[in-house]
Design a binder for this molecule. Structure first.
Ligand code: NAD
Ligand code: ZN
Length: 372
């Protein structure tokens, strides 16, 4: 088992990454003084696979265990209606200020359950047990919780750190390979922004990993590799969050590497393009922009492209540069009027750039557009 610590004064916590951790949840959280009652929030698909194991372990350790399953099993669960149902389940089961909410599932479950925990009785303890690769490397780390409104994603929420994150890598066995691949884009991102060794590990083993995932052949070596890359990813995110927990200083912005382009590509596709795929393209575009500006070497950009293609992302898209630029401008308006790019200066280091001309962005977009 690996352990990554997130140092945030009295909100510090550990992220545990290893095999078969769900069967030990009870003993893992016991030392944390998390009260008598625990509400597990999950969805049908995840609960069918893992809820009995988690409930049994918690009951064994003496907790009173309750569960609440969200209705849809997808992004629709991050709604006011589902949030309200979680609050009602908390009242119905008599959760008090000393009780705990445990999120068992992907990013959707974690975001919603975390927000419910942060608001119930002005905040009760929260534990994350992420079961998707994206949740283990990204959404379960850093304390952003929230829901969507019909008009805007993640628009209502809070910064609320969990007391513990328990990432059982064995849960990833049942993930569809496409979800696995999409989440690897975020792992590559951590390599480029702050962990050159992680990038090199992926160069060496990324292709092999995806072959194993597609064949569903999860041996000991696959789990060990997953533990390593998840711990490294969580550690990069933890370090960034430690420096800028509430997105005030700007340091947290580097986690958005590839995302300025990605959000526009997702918009241009009518949200049909998967987030990971858009991030993969976005990183290539950011790298290209950096090469054109003379701040990133052609060789390192070639390595970035090669790695992304090895994991088998298409490096091209079919939308016109004007369409993508229109979405970028909309994004800029919606945020704070600044179009920012996080650009690599070498693999393992990125910097924030503003005031980049529309012409240079357009050039890069035109260059990478597929002619198909
Ligand atoms: N809080 C943050 O900092 C942060 C960061 C990134 C993303 N997010 C949010 O995370 C969400 C996306 O998370 P996600 O990619 O985990 O998607 P998700 O939570 O929607 O899960 C995807 C699907 O996988 C299923 N699933 C979960 N675990 C499984 C398993 N082990 N085996 C098989 N199927 C499983 C789920 O039931 C669901 O149907 C978005 O809402 C996004 O906004 C939050
Ligand atoms: Zn992302």
């Amino acid at each position: 088992m690996k352990k990554v610590s997130v140092f945030l004064a009295d909100r510090s916590y550990a992220i545990l990454i290893g095999k078969n951790l769900l069967a030990q949840v009870g003993s893992l959280i016991k030392p944390f003084n998390l009260g008598q009652k625990i509400l597990i929030v999950s969805n049908r698909r995840v609960a069918g696979r893992f809820l009995p194991k988690v409930s049994k372990s918690l009951s064994h350790s003496g907790f009173d265990v309750f569960s609440h399953l969200l209705s849809h099993g997808d992004e629709r669960d991050k709604s006011e209606k589902e949030l309200s149902k979680v609050w009602s389940a908390m009242v119905r089961n008599g959760l008090d200020r000393s009780s705990t909410v445990l999120a068992l599932g992907g990013g959707v479950v974690g975001d919603l359950a975390g927000f419910a925990a942060s608001t119930y009785m002005r905040g009760i303890s929260f534990v994350q047990a992420p079961t998707t690769l994206l949740a283990q490397v990204d959404s379960a780390v850093g304390g952003k919780t929230g829901i969507d409104l019909p008009s805007a994603k993640n628009i209502v929420g809070s910064f609320y750190q969990p007391r513990l994150v328990i990432s059982d890598v064995e849960t990833l066995k049942t993930l569809p390979p496409k979800m696995f691949k999409d989440s690897l884009a975020e792992v590559i991102k951590y390599g480029v922004i702050q962990d050159r060794k992680l990038f090199e590990l992926l160069e060496k083993n990324g292709k092999w990993l995806m072959t194993a995932v597609r064949k569903k052949s999860f041996g000991q070596k696959v789990f060990e590799f997953l533990e390593e890359i998840i711990a490294r990813s969580a550690s990069v995110k933890a370090q960034v969050v430690e420096e800028d927990e509430r997105e005030v200083s700007g340091k947290r912005m580097i986690l958005n590497y590839g995302h300025t382009f990605a959000h526009a590509l997702e918009g241009a596709s009518g949200f049909k393009m998967a987030h990971g795929e858009a991030v993969a393209c976005g990183m290539i575009l950011a790298g290209e922009l950096a090469v054109k500006m003379g701040i990133f070497s052609v060789q390192e950009q070639a390595r970035q492209i090669r790695l992304i293609q090895q994991i088998s992302f298409p490096a091209k898209y079919q939308f016109s540069s004007s369409k993508i630029l229109a979405f970028m401008k909309r994004d800029k308006k919606a945020r704070d009027g600044n179009l920012r790019f996080i650009l690599p200066v070498r693999i393992g280091k990125v910097k924030v750039f503003e005031h980049i001309s529309e012409g240079s962005v357009k050039n890069v977009l035109d260059h990478y557009r597929s002619e198909r």
